[in-house]
Design a protein around this ligand. Structure first.
Ligand code: GDP
Ligand code: GDP
Length: 474
């Protein structure tokens, strides 16, 4: 089920970032910090009256935008129209609309998608409001990202406009595979190879415009839907379009990743770029099964000949360096041109999906962790002993494990990593992210809680086997 996408657009300095931060649900982001992706966070999960949505800020995308480079801002607005479900057009309620405001409004009036005009910086509801009706986008929502005034009203409007039909395409039992990556890494070529025919013309000229199409196929009796984001590449001749390409790529990738079960991150044999790190970060955060495909390996084979194993080792080291947070993702060296490795890659992508739904029985999990602690106890910090008391898996897809300890704040990140490795070594979580959360407490239920659970279960007519082993009832 795809999460609705909400884009905030508007000229610089109207308060887009501040509004974004207000709407974004804060979360603990240890891994992101490591990957250096929080610095330029462009999107976030948010909760609109109980509906999970993704919100996207156009501010801070590229320096030109920051400087108020008009064509770049208009291009971003067009991309937002193309990709988002709802567009929030933010203006300044204290100033008369500027030329750029009018230009943005002109672009927005051409879409049938819902557009909400919001007048920001109305810190005091009694102050006079500028003439925003002139933008011909209806009545503005008066608000202040600084004080919070009107933000609830804005989110109510958003909620009313959210797509009711949550299913973007009819539910089916196919495995959804998203191929994401920078432009030109070979996503379409891989799709075409998989299909065994030329779905679209792959020309060696960069910048061929195509649209992303979902393709359904049978792969060894398994229904598969391929989600290809190749259409994200556009004719980038105009400077402004080029500068906004990243914005567009982000929107497209998020969409595709969100709808998928497994993400194939396509990289190029030439090396790993910043954008690869970002895309991998999205896949990791979205909690999907993930595989890395290093495409165009035929070029390296031709260059290195017999030394190809060494070349693969080098590349793997590079992945470790630039994408350390998805070290769980299997790496496949492939060539869409010769077909090398493509079949095995897709087999593997499909096979890791079931790992997302793996459930570890609590007793087995605790046994594994207890043993590992005996061998390698958490180091005490400032003379304080850390005790890991209990662990339990509370969720699947992605698997989430809560670890109860006396001092969650003292447990070092590297020890969590260690626990993750211990769990991975024992259970089939290959290719999927594992969320480990520390919580204070023993994890055991009080006598009263147990009795209550028993009573409730009895009322519901369930048999209850209370082994006292399922401590997490939050
Ligand atoms: P962006 O360029 O559109 O992302 O704008 P920012 O979020 O960076 O905000 C630009 C400036 O406006 C900053 O100095 C904010 O503190 C200020 N600002 C944003 N929202 C409000 C508001 O509701 N009231 C007031 N008084 N200032 C605001
Ligand atoms: P996309 O933008 O990610 O969909 O990339 P395309 O599939 O359009 O490929 C971009 C360019 O890379 C095209 O010129 C392809 O012919 C070329 N290409 C794709 N896969 C391979 C490969 O495995 N080996 C080589 N040598 N070239 C490839």
């Amino acid at each position: 089920m795809a999460k609705p996408l909400i884009a905030i657009v508007g000229r610089p300095n109207v308060g887009k970032s501040l509004l974004f931060n207000r709407l974004a649900r804060q979360r603990i982001a240890v891994v992101e910090d490591l990957a250096g992706t929080t610095r330029d966070r462009l999107y976030a999960d948010c909760d609109i009256w109980g509906r999970a949505c993704t919100i996207i800020d156009t501010g801070g995308f590229d320096s030109l935008e920051k400087e108020g480079y008009t064509p770049a801002i208009l291009a971003q607005t067009r991309f937002a129209i193309e990709e988002a479900d709802i567009i929030v057009f933010l203006t300044d309620g204290r100033e008369e609309p500027t030329t750029l405001d009018f230009e943005i409004a002109d672009v927005l009036r051409q879409t049938r998608k819902p557009v909400i005009l919001a007048a920001n910086k109305v810190d005091n509801p009694k102050m006079p409001i500028s003439n925003l009706y002139a933008l011909r986008l209806g009545e503005p929502v008066l608000m202040s990202a600084a004080t919070g005034f009107g933000v609830a009203e804005l989110t109510e409007h958003i909620e009313e406009l959210l797509p009711r039909d949550e299913q973007e395409f009819p539910a089916d039992d196919s495995v959804k595979v998203a191929l994401v990556g920078r432009p030109n890494v070979g996503k379409s070529s891989l799709t075409n190879h998989i299909l065994g025919y030329e779905r679209s013309i792959v020309s060696p000229v960069p910048g061929t415009t195509r649209d992303a199409v979902d393709t359904k196929l049978e792969w060894k009796d398994q229904p598969v839907t391929l989600i290809d984001t190749a259409g994200m590449r556009r004719k980038a001749r105009v400077r402004s379009e080029k500068t906004s390409l990243e914005y567009h790529m982000v929107l497209r990738s998020l969409r595709a990743i969100d709808r998928s079960d497994v993400v194939i991150i396509v990289c190029e044999s030439g090396g790993i770029a910043d954008q690869d790190t970002k895309i991998a970060g999205y896949a990791h955060e979205a909690g999907k099964a993930t595989l890395i495909a290093v495409n165009k390996w035929d070029i390296i084979e031709a260059e290195t000949g017999k030394k190809r194993t060494a070349a693969q080792k080098d590349y793997e080291a590079m992945i470790q360096r630039y994408l350390p947070f998805i070290s769980y993702a299997p790496v496949h060296f492939v060539s869409a041109q010769t077909g090398m490795g493509v079949e095995t890659m897709l087999d593997d992508a499909i096979s890791i999906v079931e790992n997302l739904r793996e459930r570890i029985p609590t007793a087995v999990l605790n046994d594994t962790i207890r043993r590992s602690i005996a061998e390698h106890p958490p180091p005490s910090v400032k003379g304080k002993q850390i005790k890991i008391r209990y662990a339990t898996q509370t969720e699947i897809a992605p698997p989430t494990i809560i670890v109860f300890t006396n001092r969650p704040e003292l447990v070092h990140f590297s020890y969590v990593r260690h626990l993750e490795n211990v769990i991975r070594a024992r259970f089939p979580f290959r290719g999927v992210p594992l969320r480990i959360e520390l919580r204070k407490g023993s994890g055991e239920r009080t006598k009263e809680e147990r009795l209550r659970a028993k009573r409730e279960a009895a009322l519901a007519g369930n048999d209850v086997v209370d082994d006292g082993d399922d401590g997490d009832e939050e």
